[in-house]
Design a protein around this ligand. Structure first.
Ligand code: FAD
Length: 387
């Protein structure tokens, strides 16, 4: 693919977005969900969803570079992401790669359009970083799995029609050898979903209880007891693809903060506050440059089909720190006015920056904690002995 072709694609995206009815995103979670789902339908109908997915899987058959160009234009147009990112970035690619043909044909179109929202049921109360110790059981009974156990931190489970679930199918096998990856219809009898409140005030993730839930065996992805291979693929894609997407969000957030500060009565660099603002912005700018350099390499790896690899952990580790630097540095500038609602003396919208700062604290946890990424980098990239 040539640079000219990509630039042509960028122009198309920019023109479409300029003419589109870009929605305003409400703060209320339920309203936000409804608006972003409708937005996903709109993007899908216009051919802007599943850009780098194969045509057989219902996508546009283009490259991760095209996907990145659209993500950049979306962010620059201050247009929101679609709601179904767990399906689009995480679960869908694993179904496409490891799934059976009926799963690709019947499940992926509705995932792409946003008709079906997907969640990812991996973590459990005693299995987060040490995911291979998960205990949710699936027993084979005739043509079904019968599933019992509990998941936690399952994002959007209360809004999802489907869940990609990791279950233990061979309790006798050593840890990750007895795990399978199963697709569960969330309307199945025996499933209870309880939303949990985060410190942002949102109820975005949930506890999910399974009480003898019957799931057809045809919903297995990959081989029985080989779910770890699929899960590793899912986590690697999540770390790489998500970092690429989020980089653009941070850059736009930074631009917005700088624009607001420029319009305010920002004191000069000779004052303590003026210096503090400039130091904070410099710190964010450097962090963004570092992430930009890393994600250029990531896009090349995605383009060459070299994801997942342990290098995805470098992306995730950088993302963790940089998300917190960007939003932490900007929120710090609010000072005591972070308790206000609306615009503050420096022109920064307190509600937005406080919300994003609080959410950024989760960056070093979701998709694998910073400590776990450091373990992977030291053992698998640097060849250091296991801790
Ligand atoms: C916003 C958000 C969304 C999420 N969405 C989902 C989702 O949709 N689906 C899902 O399945 N999960 C989801 N999670 C869960 C997430 O994947 C887990 O929280 C994460 O894997 C950590 O697991 P844990 O919370 O059990 O912490 P633990 O694994 O108990 O870790 C506790 C602390 O110990 C440290 N630690 C653990 N093991 C080691 C080690 N070997 N070496 C050094 N330090 C270690 C960790 O780094 C951490 O600081 C989400 C989490 C967040 C915050």
């Amino acid at each position: 693919m040539s640079t000219v072709e990509l630039e042509g694609y960028r122009v198309l995206a920019r023109e479409w977005l300029a003419a589109a009815d870009v929605p305003h995103v409400p703060l209320d979670l339920d309203e936000r969900f409804a608006v972003l789902r409708e937005w996903q339908h709109t993007l899908f109908d216009a051919g802007w969803i599943g850009i780098s997915w194969s045509r057989e899987a219902g996508g546009q058959g283009l490259t991760p570079m095209h996907q990145l160009v659209f993500a950049e234009e979306l962010a620059r147009a201050r247009a929101p992401m679609p709601i179904g990112l767990i399906g689009l970035d995480v679960v869908g690619p694993s179904i496409d790669h490891h799934g059976q043909s009926w799963q690709r044909e019947e499940l992926l179109p509705a995932l792409l359009s946003g008709e079906h929202i997907w969640c990812q049921g991996f973590s459990e109360p005693n299995a987060g970083s040490d995911l291979a110790s998960l205990r949710t059981r699936a027993v084979i009974d005739g043509n079904d799995f019968v599933i019992s156990g509990q998941k936690v931190w399952t994002s959007w489970a209360h809004k999802s029609q489907w869940c990609a679930l990791l279950v233990r199918t061979d309790p006798g096998a050593h840890k990750n050898a007895g795990i399978s990856y199963v697709l569960v219809d969330m309307s199945s009898p025996g499933i209870t979903v309880r939303p949990l409140e985060q410190m942002t005030g949102d109820r975005e993730f949930c506890e999910v209880f399974f009480d003898e839930v019957r799931v057809p065996r045809r919903n297995l992805v990959g081989e029985l007891n080989q779910g770890w291979t699929v899960a590793t693929h899912t986590l690697g894609i999540e770390r790489a693809a998500y970092t690429v997407r989020r980089r653009v969000d941070y850059e736009v957030a930074f631009e917005d903060a700088v624009a607001a500060l420029r319009e305010s009565d920002l004191p000069g660099p000779e004052t303590a506050l003026g210096r503090r603002v400039r130091v904070a912005l410099g710190r964010v700018q450097i962090a963004l440059r570092v992430l930009g350099a890393q994600t250029r390499q990531t896009v090349k790896r995605l383009d060459a089909g070299e994801v997942p690899t342990p290098e995805d952990s470098v992306d995730k580790l950088l993302l963790n720190g940089i998300e917190q630097t960007v939003f932490g540095s900007i929120a710090e500038l609010l000072g005591p006015s972070r308790a206000l609602s609306g615009s503050t003396p420096l022109g920064l919208e307190a509600d937005r920056w406080v919300h994003d700062h609080l959410y950024s604290r989760s960056a070093s946890i979701y998709g694998g904690t910073s400590q776990v990424q450091r373990n992977i980098i030291s053992e698998r990239l640097l060849g250091l002995p296991r801790g």
